[in-house]
Design a binder for this molecule. Structure first.
Ligand SMILES: [Ca+2]
Length: 429
Protein backbone atom coordinates (compact mmCIF):
# COMPACT_ATOMS: atom_id res chain seq x y z
CA UNK A 1 0.00 0.00 0.00
CA UNK A 2 2.72 2.56 0.68
CA UNK A 3 3.97 1.77 -2.77
CA UNK A 4 0.47 2.39 -4.16
CA UNK A 5 0.23 5.76 -2.39
CA UNK A 6 3.55 6.78 -3.71
CA UNK A 7 2.58 5.75 -7.18
CA UNK A 8 -0.65 7.79 -6.96
CA UNK A 9 1.14 10.89 -5.78
CA UNK A 10 3.56 10.55 -8.70
CA UNK A 11 0.58 10.08 -11.05
CA UNK A 12 -1.25 13.15 -9.62
CA UNK A 13 1.90 15.18 -9.87
CA UNK A 14 2.19 14.29 -13.56
CA UNK A 15 -1.54 14.77 -14.41
CA UNK A 16 -1.98 18.22 -12.71
CA UNK A 17 -0.24 20.35 -15.41
CA UNK A 18 -2.06 18.53 -18.22
CA UNK A 19 -5.45 19.20 -16.66
CA UNK A 20 -4.62 22.89 -16.23
CA UNK A 21 -3.46 23.04 -19.81
CA UNK A 22 -6.65 21.36 -21.04
CA UNK A 23 -8.82 23.74 -19.00
CA UNK A 24 -7.02 26.72 -20.40
CA UNK A 25 -7.47 25.44 -23.92
CA UNK A 26 -11.16 24.79 -23.27
CA UNK A 27 -11.62 28.33 -21.91
CA UNK A 28 -9.89 29.82 -24.95
CA UNK A 29 -12.15 27.80 -27.25
CA UNK A 30 -15.19 28.96 -25.32
CA UNK A 31 -14.10 32.60 -25.57
CA UNK A 32 -13.55 32.21 -29.35
CA UNK A 33 -17.02 30.73 -29.73
CA UNK A 34 -18.60 33.56 -27.77
CA UNK A 35 -16.71 36.18 -29.83
CA UNK A 36 -17.83 34.53 -33.04
CA UNK A 37 -21.40 34.35 -31.78
CA UNK A 38 -21.30 38.06 -30.86
CA UNK A 39 -19.87 38.94 -34.27
CA UNK A 40 -22.58 36.89 -35.95
CA UNK A 41 -25.23 38.71 -33.89
CA UNK A 42 -23.76 42.09 -34.83
CA UNK A 43 -23.72 41.16 -38.51
CA UNK A 44 -27.33 40.00 -38.28
CA UNK A 45 -28.35 43.26 -36.61
CA UNK A 46 -26.52 45.31 -39.22
CA UNK A 47 -28.20 43.34 -42.01
CA UNK A 48 -31.59 43.92 -40.35
CA UNK A 49 -30.93 47.63 -40.01
CA UNK A 50 -29.89 47.81 -43.67
CA UNK A 51 -33.12 46.02 -44.63
CA UNK A 52 -35.14 48.52 -42.62
CA UNK A 53 -33.37 51.47 -44.20
CA UNK A 54 -33.92 50.06 -47.67
CA UNK A 55 -37.59 49.35 -46.90
CA UNK A 56 -38.09 52.91 -45.61
CA UNK A 57 -36.36 54.34 -48.67
CA UNK A 58 -38.55 52.22 -50.94
CA UNK A 59 -41.65 53.47 -49.08
CA UNK A 60 -40.50 57.08 -49.40
CA UNK A 61 -39.91 56.64 -53.10
CA UNK A 62 -43.33 55.01 -53.53
CA UNK A 63 -45.02 57.88 -51.63
CA UNK A 64 -43.12 60.48 -53.62
CA UNK A 65 -44.17 58.78 -56.85
CA UNK A 66 -47.79 58.66 -55.63
CA UNK A 67 -47.67 62.35 -54.66
CA UNK A 68 -46.24 63.20 -58.10
CA UNK A 69 -49.02 61.21 -59.76
CA UNK A 70 -51.66 62.97 -57.65
CA UNK A 71 -50.16 66.38 -58.41
CA UNK A 72 -50.09 65.60 -62.11
CA UNK A 73 -53.68 64.34 -62.00
CA UNK A 74 -54.77 67.49 -60.11
CA UNK A 75 -52.92 69.64 -62.63
CA UNK A 76 -54.63 67.86 -65.49
CA UNK A 77 -57.99 68.27 -63.74
CA UNK A 78 -57.29 71.99 -63.28
CA UNK A 79 -56.54 72.37 -66.95
CA UNK A 80 -59.74 70.59 -67.91
CA UNK A 81 -61.79 72.73 -65.53
CA UNK A 82 -60.13 75.93 -66.71
CA UNK A 83 -60.84 74.95 -70.31
CA UNK A 84 -64.46 74.20 -69.43
CA UNK A 85 -64.81 77.50 -67.60
CA UNK A 86 -63.29 79.33 -70.58
CA UNK A 87 -65.73 77.56 -72.90
CA UNK A 88 -68.63 78.60 -70.70
CA UNK A 89 -67.49 82.21 -70.73
CA UNK A 90 -67.07 82.19 -74.51
CA UNK A 91 -70.46 80.58 -74.99
CA UNK A 92 -72.06 83.17 -72.72
CA UNK A 93 -70.33 85.99 -74.64
CA UNK A 94 -71.45 84.56 -77.96
CA UNK A 95 -75.02 84.28 -76.65
CA UNK A 96 -74.85 87.84 -75.42
CA UNK A 97 -73.57 89.10 -78.79
CA UNK A 98 -76.32 87.23 -80.61
CA UNK A 99 -78.94 88.67 -78.27
CA UNK A 100 -77.60 92.20 -78.75
CA UNK A 101 -77.61 91.75 -82.54
CA UNK A 102 -81.22 90.54 -82.43
CA UNK A 103 -82.21 93.45 -80.22
CA UNK A 104 -80.47 95.95 -82.54
CA UNK A 105 -82.24 94.51 -85.59
CA UNK A 106 -85.58 94.61 -83.81
CA UNK A 107 -85.09 98.29 -82.92
CA UNK A 108 -84.01 99.12 -86.48
CA UNK A 109 -87.04 97.30 -87.92
CA UNK A 110 -89.30 99.15 -85.54
CA UNK A 111 -87.79 102.50 -86.53
CA UNK A 112 -88.23 101.71 -90.21
CA UNK A 113 -91.84 100.68 -89.64
CA UNK A 114 -92.63 103.84 -87.68
CA UNK A 115 -91.02 106.29 -90.15
CA UNK A 116 -94.21 107.05 -92.23
CA UNK A 117 -96.25 107.66 -89.08
CA UNK A 118 -93.64 110.08 -87.82
CA UNK A 119 -93.79 112.05 -91.06
CA UNK A 120 -97.60 112.29 -90.82
CA UNK A 121 -97.40 113.47 -87.18
CA UNK A 122 -94.81 116.14 -88.02
CA UNK A 123 -96.93 117.44 -90.94
CA UNK A 124 -100.04 117.51 -88.70
CA UNK A 125 -98.21 119.50 -85.98
CA UNK A 126 -96.93 122.01 -88.55
CA UNK A 127 -100.47 122.41 -89.93
CA UNK A 128 -102.02 122.95 -86.48
CA UNK A 129 -99.46 125.60 -85.53
CA UNK A 130 -99.90 127.25 -88.94
CA UNK A 131 -103.67 127.48 -88.48
CA UNK A 132 -103.31 128.89 -84.95
CA UNK A 133 -100.83 131.51 -86.15
CA UNK A 134 -103.22 132.46 -88.98
CA UNK A 135 -106.18 132.81 -86.56
CA UNK A 136 -104.10 134.94 -84.14
CA UNK A 137 -102.76 137.22 -86.81
CA UNK A 138 -105.59 137.71 -89.21
CA UNK A 139 -108.84 137.10 -87.35
CA UNK A 140 -108.01 138.97 -84.13
CA UNK A 141 -109.43 136.07 -82.27
CA UNK A 142 -107.55 135.06 -79.11
CA UNK A 143 -108.32 131.45 -79.52
CA UNK A 144 -104.83 130.33 -78.88
CA UNK A 145 -104.55 132.30 -75.61
CA UNK A 146 -107.83 130.88 -74.38
CA UNK A 147 -106.62 127.40 -75.00
CA UNK A 148 -103.22 128.02 -73.44
CA UNK A 149 -104.24 130.06 -70.36
CA UNK A 150 -105.15 128.28 -67.13
CA UNK A 151 -108.70 128.53 -65.76
CA UNK A 152 -107.67 130.83 -62.86
CA UNK A 153 -106.26 133.39 -65.27
CA UNK A 154 -109.30 133.26 -67.52
CA UNK A 155 -111.47 133.97 -64.45
CA UNK A 156 -109.40 137.05 -63.50
CA UNK A 157 -106.78 135.44 -61.26
CA UNK A 158 -103.05 135.50 -61.79
CA UNK A 159 -101.29 132.95 -63.94
CA UNK A 160 -99.41 130.65 -61.51
CA UNK A 161 -95.72 130.52 -61.87
CA UNK A 162 -94.80 127.38 -63.77
CA UNK A 163 -93.28 124.76 -61.50
CA UNK A 164 -89.67 124.03 -62.29
CA UNK A 165 -89.01 120.77 -64.05
CA UNK A 166 -88.22 118.25 -61.32
CA UNK A 167 -84.50 117.72 -61.15
CA UNK A 168 -83.11 114.25 -61.64
CA UNK A 169 -82.62 112.33 -58.41
CA UNK A 170 -79.45 113.66 -56.87
CA UNK A 171 -77.40 111.34 -54.75
CA UNK A 172 -76.76 112.41 -51.22
CA UNK A 173 -73.75 110.10 -51.21
CA UNK A 174 -70.72 111.46 -53.01
CA UNK A 175 -69.33 107.98 -53.63
CA UNK A 176 -72.45 106.30 -54.97
CA UNK A 177 -75.06 106.40 -57.66
CA UNK A 178 -78.55 105.96 -56.23
CA UNK A 179 -80.40 103.09 -57.86
CA UNK A 180 -83.51 103.11 -55.62
CA UNK A 181 -84.37 105.56 -52.88
CA UNK A 182 -86.95 103.46 -51.08
CA UNK A 183 -86.68 99.78 -50.19
CA UNK A 184 -88.61 97.36 -52.40
CA UNK A 185 -91.08 95.50 -50.15
CA UNK A 186 -90.80 92.43 -52.38
CA UNK A 187 -87.08 92.26 -51.57
CA UNK A 188 -86.93 93.65 -48.02
CA UNK A 189 -89.59 91.30 -46.73
CA UNK A 190 -88.88 91.86 -43.04
CA UNK A 191 -91.14 94.70 -41.86
CA UNK A 192 -88.87 95.80 -39.05
CA UNK A 193 -85.94 96.15 -41.43
CA UNK A 194 -88.13 97.85 -44.05
CA UNK A 195 -89.21 100.50 -41.55
CA UNK A 196 -85.68 100.79 -40.18
CA UNK A 197 -84.30 101.54 -43.64
CA UNK A 198 -87.01 104.12 -44.32
CA UNK A 199 -86.33 105.82 -40.98
CA UNK A 200 -82.68 106.43 -41.87
CA UNK A 201 -83.74 108.72 -44.76
CA UNK A 202 -80.82 107.26 -46.71
CA UNK A 203 -81.13 105.74 -50.18
CA UNK A 204 -81.66 102.00 -50.01
CA UNK A 205 -79.99 100.60 -53.14
CA UNK A 206 -76.85 102.25 -54.45
CA UNK A 207 -73.87 101.53 -56.69
CA UNK A 208 -70.29 102.34 -55.75
CA UNK A 209 -69.04 104.61 -58.54
CA UNK A 210 -65.49 103.28 -58.77
CA UNK A 211 -66.09 99.55 -58.64
CA UNK A 212 -69.69 99.25 -59.81
CA UNK A 213 -70.46 97.21 -56.69
CA UNK A 214 -74.17 97.26 -55.83
CA UNK A 215 -74.81 97.81 -52.14
CA UNK A 216 -77.91 97.71 -49.93
CA UNK A 217 -78.53 99.66 -46.75
CA UNK A 218 -78.72 97.75 -43.47
CA UNK A 219 -80.47 99.72 -40.71
CA UNK A 220 -79.28 99.80 -37.09
CA UNK A 221 -80.75 97.29 -34.67
CA UNK A 222 -80.20 94.49 -32.16
CA UNK A 223 -79.81 90.77 -32.74
CA UNK A 224 -78.61 87.62 -31.02
CA UNK A 225 -75.17 86.69 -32.27
CA UNK A 226 -73.72 83.18 -31.98
CA UNK A 227 -75.15 79.66 -31.64
CA UNK A 228 -78.76 79.50 -32.81
CA UNK A 229 -81.36 78.03 -30.45
CA UNK A 230 -81.44 74.19 -30.65
CA UNK A 231 -78.44 74.16 -33.00
CA UNK A 232 -76.75 70.85 -32.18
CA UNK A 233 -73.89 71.58 -34.59
CA UNK A 234 -72.84 74.74 -32.78
CA UNK A 235 -69.26 74.58 -31.55
CA UNK A 236 -67.72 76.10 -28.42
CA UNK A 237 -66.40 79.18 -30.24
CA UNK A 238 -70.02 80.11 -31.14
CA UNK A 239 -71.09 80.16 -27.46
CA UNK A 240 -72.59 81.76 -25.60
CA UNK A 241 -75.09 83.41 -27.92
CA UNK A 242 -75.24 87.06 -26.86
CA UNK A 243 -77.04 90.27 -27.68
CA UNK A 244 -75.29 92.64 -30.07
CA UNK A 245 -76.34 96.20 -30.86
CA UNK A 246 -75.50 97.73 -34.22
CA UNK A 247 -75.89 101.46 -33.66
CA UNK A 248 -75.29 102.81 -37.18
CA UNK A 249 -76.75 102.01 -40.58
CA UNK A 250 -74.21 100.66 -43.07
CA UNK A 251 -74.07 99.59 -46.70
CA UNK A 252 -73.12 96.03 -47.61
CA UNK A 253 -72.30 94.49 -51.00
CA UNK A 254 -75.37 92.75 -52.37
CA UNK A 255 -73.14 89.89 -53.55
CA UNK A 256 -69.61 88.67 -53.09
CA UNK A 257 -67.12 90.84 -55.03
CA UNK A 258 -66.99 89.53 -58.60
CA UNK A 259 -63.99 89.20 -60.88
CA UNK A 260 -65.42 91.94 -63.14
CA UNK A 261 -65.51 94.33 -60.15
CA UNK A 262 -62.06 93.23 -59.00
CA UNK A 263 -60.54 93.94 -62.43
CA UNK A 264 -61.82 97.53 -62.39
CA UNK A 265 -59.08 98.30 -59.89
CA UNK A 266 -56.54 95.49 -60.09
CA UNK A 267 -54.06 94.39 -62.75
CA UNK A 268 -54.56 90.66 -62.64
CA UNK A 269 -57.26 88.17 -61.85
CA UNK A 270 -55.91 85.45 -59.57
CA UNK A 271 -59.08 83.33 -59.61
CA UNK A 272 -58.92 79.63 -60.34
CA UNK A 273 -62.43 79.56 -61.83
CA UNK A 274 -62.61 82.37 -64.36
CA UNK A 275 -65.73 84.40 -65.20
CA UNK A 276 -66.87 88.03 -64.89
CA UNK A 277 -69.79 87.20 -62.63
CA UNK A 278 -67.95 84.62 -60.55
CA UNK A 279 -66.66 85.67 -57.14
CA UNK A 280 -62.99 86.58 -57.11
CA UNK A 281 -60.93 83.98 -55.19
CA UNK A 282 -57.35 82.73 -54.74
CA UNK A 283 -56.64 86.14 -53.22
CA UNK A 284 -54.42 86.96 -50.28
CA UNK A 285 -55.55 89.17 -47.43
CA UNK A 286 -52.88 91.65 -48.53
CA UNK A 287 -54.37 91.82 -52.05
CA UNK A 288 -57.83 92.49 -50.59
CA UNK A 289 -56.32 95.31 -48.57
CA UNK A 290 -54.76 96.75 -51.75
CA UNK A 291 -58.14 96.57 -53.54
CA UNK A 292 -59.86 98.44 -50.71
CA UNK A 293 -57.07 101.05 -50.53
CA UNK A 294 -57.37 101.76 -54.25
CA UNK A 295 -60.90 103.02 -53.69
CA UNK A 296 -59.32 105.74 -51.58
CA UNK A 297 -61.02 104.99 -48.29
CA UNK A 298 -64.56 104.13 -47.42
CA UNK A 299 -64.89 100.56 -48.61
CA UNK A 300 -63.91 97.98 -46.02
CA UNK A 301 -64.60 94.44 -44.94
CA UNK A 302 -67.68 94.00 -42.73
CA UNK A 303 -67.07 93.28 -39.08
CA UNK A 304 -68.02 89.78 -38.01
CA UNK A 305 -71.05 91.22 -36.20
CA UNK A 306 -72.19 93.23 -39.24
CA UNK A 307 -71.83 90.11 -41.40
CA UNK A 308 -73.94 87.89 -39.12
CA UNK A 309 -76.55 90.61 -38.56
CA UNK A 310 -76.98 91.05 -42.32
CA UNK A 311 -76.85 87.27 -42.95
CA UNK A 312 -79.57 86.46 -40.43
CA UNK A 313 -81.74 89.37 -41.67
CA UNK A 314 -84.03 88.91 -38.69
CA UNK A 315 -84.05 85.09 -38.67
CA UNK A 316 -82.90 83.05 -35.69
CA UNK A 317 -82.47 79.63 -37.35
CA UNK A 318 -79.18 78.12 -38.45
CA UNK A 319 -79.67 79.45 -41.99
CA UNK A 320 -82.11 81.92 -43.57
CA UNK A 321 -83.83 79.34 -45.77
CA UNK A 322 -83.71 75.94 -47.42
CA UNK A 323 -80.05 75.27 -48.14
CA UNK A 324 -80.57 74.03 -51.71
CA UNK A 325 -82.54 77.17 -52.55
CA UNK A 326 -80.28 79.76 -50.94
CA UNK A 327 -76.75 78.41 -51.32
CA UNK A 328 -74.17 76.80 -53.55
CA UNK A 329 -72.98 74.33 -50.99
CA UNK A 330 -70.93 71.17 -50.87
CA UNK A 331 -70.60 69.19 -54.10
CA UNK A 332 -72.13 72.06 -56.08
CA UNK A 333 -70.36 70.78 -59.21
CA UNK A 334 -67.00 71.34 -57.50
CA UNK A 335 -66.60 74.99 -58.45
CA UNK A 336 -67.76 78.53 -57.72
CA UNK A 337 -70.92 79.90 -59.37
CA UNK A 338 -72.05 83.29 -60.72
CA UNK A 339 -73.18 85.48 -57.83
CA UNK A 340 -76.84 86.25 -57.23
CA UNK A 341 -78.37 83.10 -58.73
CA UNK A 342 -79.78 81.63 -55.52
CA UNK A 343 -82.55 83.08 -53.35
CA UNK A 344 -81.61 86.24 -51.44
CA UNK A 345 -82.29 86.68 -47.73
CA UNK A 346 -84.90 89.05 -46.28
CA UNK A 347 -82.60 92.05 -46.69
CA UNK A 348 -81.83 91.27 -50.33
CA UNK A 349 -78.31 89.82 -49.94
CA UNK A 350 -77.23 86.87 -52.09
CA UNK A 351 -74.88 83.98 -51.28
CA UNK A 352 -74.29 84.96 -47.66
CA UNK A 353 -74.26 81.21 -47.14
CA UNK A 354 -72.19 79.19 -49.61
CA UNK A 355 -70.41 79.88 -52.92
CA UNK A 356 -67.24 81.32 -51.34
CA UNK A 357 -66.37 81.90 -47.71
CA UNK A 358 -66.18 85.60 -46.90
CA UNK A 359 -63.39 87.47 -45.13
CA UNK A 360 -64.38 89.68 -42.21
CA UNK A 361 -62.56 92.59 -40.65
CA UNK A 362 -62.05 90.89 -37.27
CA UNK A 363 -59.32 88.42 -36.35
CA UNK A 364 -60.41 84.98 -35.14
CA UNK A 365 -60.40 84.31 -31.41
CA UNK A 366 -62.08 81.08 -30.29
CA UNK A 367 -62.93 82.33 -26.79
CA UNK A 368 -63.97 85.88 -27.71
CA UNK A 369 -67.70 85.27 -27.18
CA UNK A 370 -67.09 84.32 -23.53
CA UNK A 371 -66.30 87.99 -22.98
CA UNK A 372 -69.37 89.22 -24.86
CA UNK A 373 -72.03 87.35 -22.93
CA UNK A 374 -73.48 90.47 -21.29
CA UNK A 375 -74.07 92.14 -24.64
CA UNK A 376 -71.82 94.34 -26.78
CA UNK A 377 -72.23 97.43 -28.95
CA UNK A 378 -70.71 97.61 -32.46
CA UNK A 379 -68.11 94.90 -31.65
CA UNK A 380 -64.98 94.84 -33.79
CA UNK A 381 -63.51 91.57 -32.57
CA UNK A 382 -60.92 90.37 -30.10
CA UNK A 383 -57.62 92.16 -29.58
CA UNK A 384 -56.02 88.73 -29.18
CA UNK A 385 -57.07 87.21 -32.49
CA UNK A 386 -54.16 86.37 -34.78
CA UNK A 387 -55.49 85.09 -38.06
CA UNK A 388 -58.22 86.22 -40.49
CA UNK A 389 -61.79 85.11 -39.97
CA UNK A 390 -64.10 83.62 -42.59
CA UNK A 391 -67.88 83.26 -42.61
CA UNK A 392 -70.64 81.47 -44.52
CA UNK A 393 -69.09 78.26 -45.88
CA UNK A 394 -68.17 77.58 -49.49
CA UNK A 395 -68.86 75.31 -52.46
CA UNK A 396 -66.46 72.75 -51.05
CA UNK A 397 -66.70 72.94 -47.25
CA UNK A 398 -68.19 70.65 -44.63
CA UNK A 399 -71.98 70.75 -44.05
CA UNK A 400 -71.37 72.14 -40.56
CA UNK A 401 -70.17 75.43 -42.05
CA UNK A 402 -73.45 76.42 -43.76
CA UNK A 403 -74.80 78.18 -40.70
CA UNK A 404 -75.15 81.87 -39.85
CA UNK A 405 -73.10 81.49 -36.67
CA UNK A 406 -70.26 79.31 -37.98
CA UNK A 407 -66.79 80.85 -37.53
CA UNK A 408 -63.76 79.73 -39.46
CA UNK A 409 -60.11 80.65 -38.88
CA UNK A 410 -57.91 81.13 -41.93
CA UNK A 411 -54.72 79.54 -40.61
CA UNK A 412 -51.34 80.82 -41.76
CA UNK A 413 -50.90 79.53 -45.27
CA UNK A 414 -47.46 80.82 -46.16
CA UNK A 415 -48.61 82.65 -49.25
CA UNK A 416 -50.79 79.76 -50.43
CA UNK A 417 -54.18 80.89 -51.77
CA UNK A 418 -57.39 78.93 -52.20
CA UNK A 419 -60.41 79.08 -54.51
CA UNK A 420 -62.86 78.69 -51.64
CA UNK A 421 -62.83 82.14 -50.08
CA UNK A 422 -63.45 85.69 -51.32
CA UNK A 423 -64.98 88.77 -49.77
CA UNK A 424 -67.89 91.22 -49.67
CA UNK A 425 -67.48 94.94 -49.04
CA UNK A 426 -69.13 97.22 -46.50
CA UNK A 427 -69.00 100.93 -45.87
CA UNK A 428 -70.52 103.69 -43.80
CA UNK A 429 -72.91 106.08 -45.54
CA1 LIG B 1 -70.64 83.44 -49.55
Amino acid sequence: MPEDDHLKRIQDALEGPWQSLARAEAQKALARDEAEAARARDEAEIALAQDEVETARAQDEAEAARARDEAEAAHAQDEVEAALAQDEVETALARDDARKAREKKRVEDKLKASAPFKTIIVVAIVLVFGILWWIETFNDYNFAKTVATPVEARQGGKTPTQSPVPAASVSRLSWAEVLEEKPDPKIVRNTQFFNGITDTKLPWRVKDRLTGIEMLLVPPGKFTMGASPRDKQATEDEKPAHEVTITKAFYLGRTEVTQEQWMKLMDKNPSRFVGDKLPVECITVEEVRMFLNKVGGGLQLPTEAQWEYACRAGTTDQTYGDLDKIAWHRNAFSKTHPVGEKQANSLGFYDMIGNVNELCQDRYDGVYYKFCKDGVVDPTGSAHGKFPLLRGGNWNSDPISFRASYRFELSPNHGQTYPDYGFRVARNP
